[in-house]
Design a protein around this ligand. Structure first.
Ligand SMILES: O=P(O)(O)OC[C@H]1O[C@](O)(CO)[C@@H](O)[C@@H]1O
Length: 546
């Protein structure tokens, strides 16, 4: 086990030593700071505010070797069944392949399959957007409701929000609406359909298995919504599906030519670049924008596969995450984009990371001798500053990723302000990592004349770690890069901890218990509830008396 390796032990010692360092001094060392900044394709990662130094990185790179990181990345790239509990390859990189990229599963070339689905998406997108594929009453289809949950929803929504105000996307989607429907809460259905004319609306059902309870219930509700307004023919004309379960889609009433497949070597939370994300996003933004998004994701894949680990952004982020969580015992990570467009980024990365690495056992089923996985949360700055930053400045130590952009998607300038609002935002982006790292001492406060009684309340301990990621702008291409960066980061951590980041057995038990509760709720007198825990019986009878 990796925890018994000399490389792991060496890092434990370094972690001990690191408690003696303070970022206030470390940030004065220009050589150290230079060594802890890397750049790829105009994206800067500055990790000089981590509680580590270049020597720590060398030790982490040795750990990566001991964990056979290179070999594991290669096994992933070459389509080996690294998702061992489901005997599946993990090849979402093939989803953004160029035609000449040779990705294979069981020696079958999969790039042509990917390109074929892309071609079909581009074709239907064009037909809908040029009013050639019309609704059943002959009206143009201006709206899309994308129904799906978890990996069949979060990534697409994150990308939608991230790029919708970029000028090329805003122009291409003028007059159109894309809405998402995930929750089985009836309120979500009403929000998704509110104000939409069924005659102008396409419904895309997205489910890898096409059995997920929430999605199937919402799909049935949408089918009723369309057919009650327009007749049953609307289903074949205005409902599309994305799934690996083609027979179930057909059984539901979706026409074969309206079903867009993907493959079991694409995990749900890694499926944004399959038809799961591409179909709704292309219908809304047009194919050209989506092509840019794929190019961005591919560019990060190529970087991940070829850059030396010491300059490799996803590898560095992964190693820093292992350092913080396993060695410095900081299991939480804040994702802090200084971009309102990324307000659904943390929600997506929560699934990518926590469903992947929240595991009890290693790849071989042995109990992990450490707590794997990180707890991710986040909000865009500056909103977060007025909320939970208090805790990260003066309460618990929470490593943070600050993500910012040099150029805004849109601008607002006030005539009496020298800075525009984006500059105001970015001033905070640059200040916060320093505030966390440098803090404020008693002496400084005293020199400022702060009353003695207030000094303890106003001390900032500093030495709080963060990464700074600075991108040139947030356009579809950069959004693809950001997505792939965080996908690979999660894989790197899973590889180091030697777990299977690509299954998710932990979501099953709750689903089974919900079925049991459902069968009790279907009876008149809560029959069968006696088999449930006493406390649940009491709650159910209260619920029944509503
Ligand atoms: O795409 P499907 O099959 O509807 O599954 C949706 C989501 O449900 C999960 O299985 C978790 O319950 C996710 O892993 C998946 O992304």
């Amino acid at each position: 086990m990796i925890v018994n390796s000399p490389e792991w032990k060496a890092l434990e010692q370094l972690a001990e030593q690191s408690r003696r360092w303070h970022l206030r001094e470390q940030l004065q060392n220009k050589h150290r700071c230079d060594a802890m900044r890397v750049e790829y394709d105009d994206i800067v990662l500055d990790y000089s505010r981590q509680n580590m130094n270049p020597e720590t990185l060398q030790a982490l790179l040795k750990l990566a070797d001991a964990a056979e990181l290179g070999k594991k990345i290669e096994a992933k790239r070459t389509g080996k069944a690294i998702n061992t509990t489901e005997n599946r390859a993990v090849l979402h990189m093939a989803l953004r392949a160029d035609p000449e990229d040779d990705y294979r599963v069981d020696n079958e070339a999969v790039t042509p399959l990917v390109i074929d689905v892309r071609r079909r998406i581009a074709a239907i997108t064009q037909a809908v957007r040029q009013d050639k594929h019309l609704g059943v009453t002959g009206k143009p289809l201006r709206n899309v409701i994308a129904i799906g949950i978890g990996g069949s929803y979060l990534g697409a929504e994150f990308v939608f929000e991230a790029i919708r105000q970029h000028p090329s996307c805003a122009d291409a989607s003028a007059g159109r609406q894309l809405r998402f429907l995930a929750n089985v809460d009836p309120a979500d259905f009403h929000r998704a359909t509110e104000g939409l004319n069924p005659a102008e609306t396409l419904v895309v059902i997205i489910s890898k298995t096409f059995t997920t309870t929430e999605t199937m219930l919402n799909a049935r509700a949408a089918k009723a919504w369309l057919s009650e307004a327009l007749g049953f023919e609307a289903v074949s004309k205005q409902m599309l599906a994305v799934s690996t379960n083609i027979p179930a889609c057909e059984q539901f009433g979706i026409q074969r030519e309206h079903i867009f497949g993907f493959w079991d070597w694409v995990g749900g939370r890694y499926s944004v670049c399959s038809a799961v994300g591409l179909l709704p996003l292309a219908l809304h933004f047009g194919w050209q924008n989506i092509e840019q998004f794929l190019l961005g994701a591919r560019s990060m894949d190529q970087h991940f596969l070829s850059a030396p680990f010491a300059q490799n952004l996803p590898v560095l982020l992964g190693l820093i995450g292992v350092w913080n969580s396993s060695f410095l015992k900081r299991p939480v990570r804040a994702l802090l984009p200084y971009s309102q467009a990324l307000h659904r980024f943390a929600a997506h990365i929560q699934q990518v990371d926590m469903e992947s690495n929240g595991k009890l056992v290693d790849r071989d089923g042995r109990a992990l001798p450490l707590e794997a996985g990180e707890i991710n949360f986040g909000e865009p700055g500056t909103n977060g500053q007025h909320s939970f930053y208090q805790l990260i400045h003066q309460g618990r130590v929470i490593p943070a990723d600050f993500i910012g952009f040099c150029r805004p998607q849109t601008s607002v300038k006030l005539s009496d302000n020298r800075l525009d609002l984006h500059d105001e935002l970015m001033a905070n982006f640059f200040a916060q990592p320093d505030a966390l790292a440098l803090g404020k001492t008693e002496q400084e406060l005293r020199a400022e004349g702060v009353p003695e009684a207030l000094i303890p309340h106003k001390v900032f301990p500093g030495n709080r770690p963060s990464n700074v990621l600075l991108f040139p702008e947030l356009n579809p291409y950069r959004c693809g890069q950001l997505l792939a960066l965080y996908e690979h980061r999660t894989a790197v951590q899973g590889f180091i901890w030697n777990l299977n980041s690509f299954d998710q057995w932990g979501v099953e038990l709750g689903k089974v218990l919900a079925q049991r509760v459902k069968s009790v709720l279907q009876t008149d007198n809560l029959e069968g509830s006696e088999n449930l825990p006493f406390s649940t019986q009491q709650l159910l009878s209260k619920y029944r008396r509503r």
